[in-house]
Design a protein around this ligand. Structure first.
Ligand code: UT7
Length: 331
C-alpha cells in the first residue's frame, strides 16, 4: 500500500495595517532603534486595532486568502485548527468561530496552545489526521494578537511582539512530499520565565490585581534566550542526523522569529549558509503562533517542489521542537 504523507498544498496570510516602528517605540519607552535592531533584528511590527477585533479576525482573513488562491470550496474543509496563545475568548473555541465565518460548514474546529511552538505542534497534529486517513483537508492557522497581552510600558517585551496570522492547508500526498519527521519537546519548569500569569485558572482575574499587570506577558529575556538558542539548535541538529541530511541537503531553515540572534545561532549549529535561512522578523517582530506560516507565505514564490525545509521553534512552557518537511508544489 502507498504511504500517505501530509503535504502543505496552499498558504495564506494576513497582517494588520497599523505599523509600530522602533522610532515610535522610542517615544513610548526608554529604548532606541539601534538597540532593538542590533539585539533582535526587529525594525517594525503590525498591531491589530479596532473595537472587538481579536485573533479570529486575522485568522479568518488569512484563511480567506488561502481559499481564494487555491480556489477551494470551504465546504470541503474537514478540520480547522487555530494555533494560538491569544484566543478570542477564554472559553469558546476560536477555531469554531473561524470555521463558521469562512464557510467551512462541514468542519469541526479546535484551538491549540503551546505558546510560540503552537504552529509547529499544530503541524504535527494536522499531519497525523492526514496520515491516518481520517481527513483529507485540514486547515491549520497560526494567529496571535500579541498586542492584547503586552504592557506597552515594559521595554523588555513591547519591542519584541507583533500581531499577525498565517494559514496552511494540509492534504494527503502519495509521492512522499510533506511532513517527513518531527522531534517535539517540552519542559514545564520553564514557565516561570515566560508567561502571562493572571487570567487563567490558577490566578483568575481580580480587580485588585489589575494594577500589578500580571495579565501581561512577563519574560526573563536572558534565560529564555539561552534556552531558545540551546534547544532550537539541538533539535534542528537531531532532525538532520536522524534523517541523514547534511547542511548541503537542506534547502531552507524556517525558524520561529523571536530574535535574529537566536535564528542565526540555530543556523550556525547546523552549518547552514545564511542564504538558506528564512527571515522576516525585521517586518513583523515575534508574532508567536504566526511566525512559521508567515515565513512560508512570504517565501512561497521562491519555494520549489522537493525543497527540504527544516522547521524549528521555541516558546513559553517551555515548548520546542523541529519538523522536517518536503515542499510539495511550485507557485
Ligand atoms: O518567542 C518566545 C521566546 N522568546 C524569545 O526567544 C526571546 C528571548 N530573549 C531575547 O530575545 C533577549 O533576551 C531580549 C531581546 C529580550 C533582550 O536582549 P538581551 O541581549 O538579552 O538584553 P538584556 O535583557 O540582557 O539587557 C541588556 C541591557 C540591560 O542594561 P544593562 O543592565 O546592561 O545596563 C537592559 O536593561 O539592555 C537593557 N535593555 C534595553 N535597552 C534598550 C533591555 N531592554 C532594552 C530595550 N531598549 N528595549
Amino acid at each position: 500500500m502507498t504511504k500517505i504523507t501530509a503535504a502543505i498544498t496552499a498558504m495564506g496570510k494576513y497582517l494588520p495595517e497599523d505599523i509600530l516602528t522602533n522610532k515610535m517605540l522610542e517615544e513610548m519607552v526608554d529604548t532606541n532603534d539601534e538597540w532593538i535592531t542590533s539585539r533582535t533584528g526587529i525594525k517594525e511590527r503590525r498591531i491589530l486595532k479596532g473595537e472587538g477585533l481579536g485573533t479570529s479576525y486575522m485568522a479568518i482573513k488569512a484563511a480567506e486568502e488561502l481559499i481564494e488562491k487555491k480556489n477551494l470550496d470551504p465546504a470541503e474543509i474537514e478540520l480547522v485548527i487555530v494555533a494560538t496563545a491569544t484566543p478570542d475568548m477564554q472559553a469558546a473555541a476560536t477555531a469554531a468561530y473561524v470555521a463558521s465565518e469562512i464557510g467551512a460548514v462541514n468542519a469541526f474546529g479546535f484551538d491549540m496552545d503551546a505558546a510560540c511552538s503552537s504552529f509547529l505542534f499544530g503541524m504535527s497534529v494536522a499531519a497525523k489526521y492526514i496520515e491516518s486517513g481520517s481527513y483529507k483537508k485540514v486547515l491549520l492557522i497560526g494567529a496571535d494578537k500579541c498586542s492584547s497581552i503586552i504592557d506597552y510600558t515594559d521595554r523588555a517585551t513591547c519591542i519584541i511582539f507583533g500581531d499577525g496570522a498565517g494559514a496552511a492547508l494540509f492534504e494527503p500526498d502519495e509521492e512522499g512530499f510533506g511532513v517527513q519527521d518531527e522531534y517535539l519537546r517540552s519542559d514545564g519548569t520553564g514557565r516561570e520565565f515566560l508567561r502571562a500569569k493572571r487570567g487563567g485558572s490558577s490566578y483568575p482575574w481580580d480587580k485588585d490585581t489589575f494594577d500589578k499587570k500580571e495579565h501581561y506577558i512577563f519574560q526573563e529575556g536572558k534565560t529564555v534566550f539561552k534556552n531558545a538558542v540551546f534547544n532550537m539548535a539541538d533539535v534542528a541538529e537531531k532532525i538532520l542526523t536522524r534523517n541523514n541530511l547534511t547542511n548541503e541537503d537542506v534547502t531552507w531553515l524556517a525558524a520561529h522569529q523571536a530574535n535574529k540572534r537566536i535564528i542565526e545561532a540555530t543556523a550556525n549549529r547546523i552549518k547552514l549558509d545564511s542564504s538558506k535561512v528564512m527571515m522576516n522578523i525585521q517586518n513583523y517582530g515575534n508574532t508567536t503562533s504566526a511566525t512559521l506560516p508567515l515565513l512560508i507565505a512570504d517565501y512561497e514564490k521562491q519555494l520549489k517542489k522537493g525543497d527540504k525545509i527544516i522547521f524549528a521553534a521555541f516558546g513559553g512552557g517551555f515548548t520546542w521542537g523541529s519538523i522536517y518537511l518536503k515542499w510539495a508544489y511550485n507557485s
